[in-house]
Design a protein around this ligand. Structure first.
Ligand SMILES: [Zn+2]
Length: 302
């Protein structure tokens, strides 16, 4: 967790967060005032993300609750990207698009096809090597904290499955605010820690994945964060995800260390039905559409 001198809550600055629970050896803190959860992380963040999102993260590495095979499960991922694009096009139909955390460029492929001029970045060397083959000269291998773009150069910026990975999400959103044109649109998604699924499952909720997820927002806390960074929320929806059966078992064996999940993975990991995309909506993931407010009055720790 990013701590200021007072150790107070990152989001509301009101209380000192307390330990909500421990998972996979990490403390997850929660602010009793605003409810936001975050990871108690004391390491060097830039160094951490450079090494964590390597090939293993995208290809089922043994100590990563990442993707089993991002490119191998492409059918499922393409359906997700189409679903994301449908959402984006509710608010903006063309123009310059920046995809933060573009991975191998699957969303960019569809956005470009739909008429957007696309640019992307990702901290993963593995993923951007593939993306660069697809988009010559349009991909940076860089963290969003370190990357630089010209002010007011994008009509829309997307962050799919990204905001929860950031150590200082407000600073990133403030930066993106500067990169957006007047009335530019920001689209992002993340888990909803206030969802019924999260409440039923408690610490076993599949989205509580330390150390890769630093923040666990809700509709309320994410709206607060966006407001602090100079955005106004236009709409929020709850999309499901296309996944493969083999990915589900992979995730379960990594997060729960569960024997049944390990057995299930053995069963379907190598066979064709394990790769068929399945649509699952647990209503525990929110996609937020926000517009750049032109006068940013950043409030924090008031
Ligand atoms: Zn708080």
């Amino acid at each position: 967790m990013r701590k200021d001198k007072t150790n107070r809550c990152y989001l509301c600055g009101f209380r000192i967060p307390s330990i909500a629970f421990k998972k996979l050896g990490w403390n997850i803190l929660q602010c009793k005032s605003c409810g936001v959860y975050n990871l108690d992380f004391a390491g060097e963040y830039q160094q951490f993300i450079r090494t964590y999102y390597d090939r293993g993260f995208f290809t089922g590495g043994s100590n990563r609750a990442g993707y089993l095979s991002y490119e191998g499960d492409r059918k499922a991922e393409d359906k997700n990207m189409a679903n994301y694009l449908k959402g984006v096009r509710r608010f903006v139909q063309s123009g310059e698009l920046l995809d933060v955390g573009c991975a191998t460029g699957l969303f960019m492929l569809q956005a470009e096809k739909a008429g957007f001029t696309v640019t992307g970045l990702d901290v993963s060397e593995y993923a951007t090597r593939i993306a660069k083959r697809r988009f010559t000269g349009k991909i940076k291998t860089e963290s969003i904290e370190n990357a630089l773009y010209a002010p007011r150069s994008f009509s829309v910026i997307t962050l799919f499955d990204v905001i929860e990975h950031l150590e200082d999400p407000r600073a990133v959103l403030v930066k993106l605010h500067g990169y957006l044109k007047k009335n530019g649109i920001l689209v992002l998604n993340t888990g909803d820690a206030d969802s019924l699924m999260a409440k039923i499952q408690g610490k076993d909720w599949h989205f509580f994945i330390p150390p890769q997820h630093f923040f666990y927002f809700s509709k309320k806390t994410l709206t607060t964060l966006l407001h602090q960074a100079g955005f106004r929320v236009l709409a929020i929806d709850r999309k499901g995800k296309w996944v493969t059966l083999r990915y589900l078992f992979h995730l379960a064996r990594q997060i729960q260390q569960d024997a049944l999940a390990k057995f299930g993975f053995k069963l379907v990991g190598g066979i064709a039905p394990g790769k068929i995309p399945i649509y699952i909506n647990l209503f525990d993931n929110i996609t937020v559409y926000a517009v750049k407010k032109n006068n940013r009055t950043q409030k924090r720790n008031t």
